[in-house]
Design a protein around this ligand. Structure first.
Ligand code: XMP
Length: 502
């Protein structure tokens, strides 16, 4: 179906998830042969092709950590200051690492009060103690604080209660096996690593080693740290935001706007992919919904292209502007530009059930980005509220009045909707709404259902790998009567399933 250039409203039919089903195919697979590994960008793979949306009610560091542990990726939203967003990147990178290469340290003359504040800030329970030259002189953990009453913390120095050298340490180039043996033999919780001059070069913690066994699919960088993405814009101090996020360790920068086929944003992607400070990082361009929009990012050197104009659960872009492309067609159209260039596609928004992941992948995507399906999980920002005895969490569009207005705190979200220069809240034209969603418990349960659903799709289609799914998958277009048949019907549902709420 060619993209039309005429104004004939009947010439180009757009389809979305509810308009299609996948045909079952011959399968001789054992369930454990199925591998859901897929390409996130030109250079990065995910074991589970799931990305959490860069929304301020979905992805901050807790969600990003949980997503990476499950084999997906979290994209930290950008409705916060550059420092706060970089700090969130740092929190993810410091979690579950093989070896922490730049551990947070403390000086021996710091007070216990300062130590406690630092522990809270980085959410860690112990520090190597170093002198001005970074030489390791001791270690201090929660345990060392227990015998000093809180009232004395302001007057007590770290050096008074730390465990001083000599400590059991490892050499800078220690292997995982050697480190495990040392931790075991000496029943240690932390193993500081030092170079020949006695300077601290790293830290290994037992907790991280255990975690890495607990999450075998985790998405990790070359140093064994969890992978994380971060959203950026194109306006104002966006370049500073991008470089600060790269310095903090972001693996992926996501050009995050509602309409990516815009000169300034395309130039931003070009600059990110050519500047020595940023070109080693993977850059995703978005959002587009046409072949032409995707081609512009491919030409700009983007490492993946994100697709979706208006399909999101809280989006009103399509009704406010009359612009958008139904998501299955949008993904297919974008893939026509991306596939030949080897650039992965991310289908962003509009997914309601696990079965739609396979539909997106067959249409031409390589991963999916989800907001509403993860909203309400424990790891999302915000508190739960009780309404009629049921727990809820809030979920809002990044183009909603609340996210774009200056009520409460400064909004960094406006330029996503090209309204950065609108100074008065009364003048904002929102493109999203605010909502409440039922509390859903831990992300791991939801992620299991989503990955499990995809696994089942692959079995039904007879696809061992995502690539096979993409080549073997065939659509049948359905009617609204068929859609009704697909859902439970003619019964009164009595119990919600973990992957179907009705
Ligand atoms: P789902 O359906 O998974 O979609 O919740 C998440 C995606 O929705 C986009 N998004 C918005 N789109 N107005 C819009 O038109 C908004 O206020 C808005 N907020 C988020 C975004 O692409 C996200 O990943």
């Amino acid at each position: 179906q060619p993209t039309p250039d005429a104004r004939d409203p009947f010439g180009f039919v757009g389809l979305t998830y509810d308009d299609v089903l996948l045909l079952p195919g011959y399968s001789d697979l054992a369930p454990d042969e199925i591998d859901t590994t897929s390409r996130l960008t030109r250079e990065l793979n995910l074991r589970v092709p799931l990305v959490s949306a860069a929304m301020d009610t979905v992805t901050e560091s807790r969600m990003a950590i949980a997503m990476a542990r499950q084999g997906g990726l979290g994209v930290l939203h950008r409705n916060l200051s550059i420092e706060d967003q970089a700090y969130q990147v740092d929190l993810v990178k410091r979690t579950q690492t093989g070896i922490i290469t730049n551990p947070v340290t403390i000086r021996s003359d710091a007070t216990l009060e300062e130590l406690d504040a630092r522990a809270g800030q980085y959410r860690i329970s112990g520090f190597p103690v170093v002198d001005a030259d970074q030489k390791l002189i001791g270690i201090i953990t929660n345990r060392d604080l227990r015998f000093t009453p809180v009232a004395e913390w302001a007057a007590t120095r770290v050096r008074d209660v730390m465990t001083p050298m000599p400590l059991i340490t490892g050499s800078a180039g220690i292997s995982r096996e050697e480190a495990t043996a040392l931790l075991r033999k000496h029943k240690l919780e932390r193993l500081p690593l030092v170079d020949a001059g006695g300077k601290l070069s790293g830290l290994i913690t037992v907790k991280d080693f255990v975690k890495s066994e607990q999450f075998p699919d985790a998405s990790k960088d070359s140093q064994g740290r969890l992978m994380v993405g971060a959203a950026i814009g194109y306006f104002g101090d966006s370049w500073e935001r991008a470089t600060t996020l790269v310095e903090a360790g972001a693996d992926v920068l996501v050009a995050d706007t509602a309409h990516g086929n815009v000169r300034m944003l395309i130039e931003m992607v070009q600059r990110l992919k050519s500047d020595p400070a940023t070109r080693h990082v993977q850059v995703i361009g978005g959002n587009v919904a046409t072949r032409e929009g995707a081609q512009a990012f491919v030409d700009a050197g983007a490492d993946a292209v994100k697709v979706g104009v208006g399909p999101g659960a809280i989006c009103t872009t399509r009704v406010v502007t009359g612009v958008g492309v139904p998501q299955v067609t949008a993904v297919y159209e974008a893939s026509l530009a991306c596939r030949p260039a080897g650039v992965p596609v991310i289908a962003d928004g509009g997914l309601k059930y696990s079965g739609e992941i396979a539909k997106a992948l067959v249409a031409g995507a390589d991963t999916v980005m989800v907001g509403s399906m993860l909203a309400g999980t424990e790891e999302t920002p915000g508190e739960t509220v009780l309404v009629n005895g049921k727990q809820y969490k809030s979920f809002r569009g990044m183009g909603s009045m609340a996210a774009m207005s200056s009520r409460g705190k400064k909004s960094y979200s406006k330029d996503r909707y090209f309204q950065a220069e609108v100074t008065s809240d009364d003048m904002i034209v929102p493109e999203g709404i605010e909502a409440q969603v039922p509390f859903k418990g831990p992300l791991a349960t939801i992620a299991h259902q989503l990955a499990g659903g995809l696994h089942q799709s692959m079995f039904y289609i007879g696809a061992r790998t995502i690539q096979e799914l993409q080549t073997k998958g065939r659509f049948v277009r359905i009617t609204s009567a068929s859609l009704q048949e697909s859902h439970p019907h003619d019964v009164k549902m009595t119990v919600e399933a973990p992957n179907y709420a009705g």
